[in-house]
Write a protein of this length. Structure first.
Length: 576
């Protein structure tokens, strides 16, 4: 019943699963290796912005980038794109590193920050000015939008576009020295205002922003834009394949243009793939932040959130997440994946590793009238029938027990095979019992207790005379049970695509029943010392995890990770 140790990342990620099926990015890499491009090297990177917690969508990118590096004997860097200090925090940096490690990956000594290159990026910008390929622009953001044009109409050149090199150098240095207000000037690349790709219409590559940086402090009051920073950081680190999501496809010409203008050590190839969209989930960092700041959830690690820390707290395993990322594959076209597949991957993994225990979530008291008062027996119970090495445990049995309220009906239908007046059922691992009486509250008529008799010849839950019963119930001994809080989770949103509904705001689609807290639940006494993060299968209830924050030996708290029902398995069976 001890906590389950999480896998630790190693340089070679030897514990990770076998390579996933081939896809177009693998085809590109294998062709590059065949042609000895980049001297046969494969170097990727995962470049998160430290402005929030990473989520299941980022996990797809993490698994892809680190997985490709592992498969082809290459390297994968972790690099923080920390170019917008007003939204960044070391809390996010620490959480991202923790989550990447938890997923089973490591970057060894290859931890980088875009801020590592600020001096070099400034020098590159100066070189573009000297080459007549960048200029300081005084247009406001609104004016710049007006000058940019549309998809059908070309843009207009800035009135400052033809400043002399000397004037641009002087102004850019003055920007760096803090001589101008925030937002009053920008440095723009001089490309083509008539380009069919709006990203190439003299894009901004530096802006004035007085914000304290979590690593460089107040050294800088100008910061490079993402498009300028990212490609040069890739080239500086010797990245060979810069893999990103499809929203950056139109930025690729700018990526290549910048690298073509400057004396960089290499020219990485940008390759785009479809981001992960998941039903009943939002992936926008802005929306996830809004859920946190407006307290629709308890925090970034709320078990209803798609963040890695939230999923971890709910009881997900890194193996299940990696398996899911392998199964959904890598494509060039956006699509939405059914969350049922993610849950299916989790059930498959937990089925093999989670110990079985008995827990009663809505207790109903049962007294076995012919069982000796004061007597206590112990029964052996298999911890996990899928794992021969999991062993057995002892569970106490006494005269008074708890069963689930839903496992008893006073007026039962014909096909109700659980407990009812005059019916006999099996108490798992214990005895056959028959209901003989029902005790009710005189004032409310509510059933408060069930009276039963037991057959001592059915010890262990099997009849010596060969008679069979159709119902098997889980239970706990009332004198030994541990009180617990159980949290039942459902989807956070009621709509399959909460971000895709143009008529309804996504916050209006929040599921009011996404969290249900049950107090007074009864669990096996052996769970008293269960370590936070330990996962179990509650017999007939689902998979549960000891909460990482709120649980204690005095009051254990269990989060339902996933129910036992598996709609995806039914879909797969039907399709096959």
């Amino acid at each position: 019943m001890n906590g389950q140790e999480e896998p630790k990342g190693t340089g070679n990620n030897e514990e990770l699963s076998a390579a996933a099926p081939s896809h177009f990015i693998k085809d590109i890499i294998e062709e590059d290796i065949r042609k000895n491009k980049n001297d046969g090297r494969v170097a990727t990177r995962f470049p998160p912005e430290p402005n929030g917690y990473i989520h299941i969508g980022h996990a797809k990118s993490i698994c892809l980038n680190f997985g490709l590096a592992k498969q082809y004997g290459g390297t994968c860097n972790l690099r923080f794109d920390d170019t917008n200090p007003s939204k960044e925090d070391t809390e996010y940096v620490d959480s991202i590193m923790d989550d990447v490690r938890w997923l089973g990956f490591t970057w060894d000594d290859r931890l980088y920050y875009a801020s590592d290159y600020f001096d070099r990026l400034y020098d590159y910008a100066v070189q573009l000015i000297n080459d007549g390929k960048a200029f300081v622009c005084d247009l406001s953001a609104e004016e710049m939008r007006e000058y940019r044009g549309t998809l059908k109409e070309p843009g207009k050149e800035s009135p400052h576009r033809n400043r002399s090199i000397e004037e641009n150098l002087t102004l850019f240095e003055a920007m760096k020295n803090g001589e101008f207000p925030d937002g009053s000037r920008t440095l723009r690349a001089k490309i083509d205002m008539s380009s069919g790709n709006i990203n190439m219409r003299d894009p901004v590559i530096y802006r004035i922003q007085r914000s304290h940086h979590h690593r460089t402090g107040d050294k800088w009051c100008i910061y490079p834009m993402y498009d300028f920073t990212h490609c040069l950081s890739d080239a500086t680190e010797g990245i060979t394949h810069s893999i990103c999501t499809l929203e950056f496809e139109n930025n690729r010409p700018l990526y290549d243009w910048i690298l073509d203008q400057l004396p960089v050590p290499c020219h990485p190839q940008q390759i785009e793939f479809a981001r992960l969209n998941l039903t009943y989930t939002v992936m926008s960092k802005r929306k996830l932040l809004e859920l946190v700041t407006k307290k629709y959830v308890s925090g970034w690690d709320d078990p209803r959130m798609p963040t890695i820390c939230g999923m971890r707290r709910r009881g997900f395993t890194p193996e299940a997440i990696r398996d899911f990322c392998d199964r959904i594959g890598v494509a060039k076209r956006d699509s939405t994946v059914d969350v049922a597949l993610l849950e299916h991957c989790l059930r498959e993994d937990l089925n093999m590793r989670a110990p079985r225990v008995m827990a009663v979530l809505n207790p109903l008291r049962v007294v076995i009238e012919n069982y000796p008062e004061g007597k206590v027996e112990e029964f052996d119970a298999v911890n996990n029938p899928e794992d021969e090495g999991a062993g057995t445990r002892k569970i106490p049995f006494a005269r008074t027990l708890y069963i689930e309220q839903e496992d008893f009906r006073e007026d039962s239908p014909k096909k109700f095979f659980r407990l009812a007046p005059g019916k006999e059922v099996r108490l798992k691992h214990a005895y056959y019992v028959t209901c003989t009486d029902v005790i009710k509250d005189p004032a409310t008529g509510e059933i408060t207790e069930i009276r039963c008799t037991y057959d001592p010849e059915t010890r262990g839950g099997w009849s010596k005379d060969g008679r069979k019963v159709k119902g098997t119930l889980h239970w706990v001994s009332a004198d030994h049970a541990l009180d617990a809080e159980v949290r039942l989770y459902e989807h956070l949103f009621t709509a399959e695509e909460p971000e895709g509904d143009k008529e309804t705001h996504y916050l209006d689609l929040l599921n009011a029943d996404s969290l249900k807290v049950l107090n007074g639940c009864k669990v096996e006494p052996g769970l008293r010392e269960a370590a936070p993060g330990t996962r179990y299968q509650f017999e007939r209830q689902g998979y549960f995890c000891v909460d990482l924050k709120d649980s204690s030996p005095e009051k254990p708290v269990f989060n339902r990770t996933v129910p036992l029902r598996d709609s995806w398995a039914k879909i797969e069976k039907k399709d096959s």
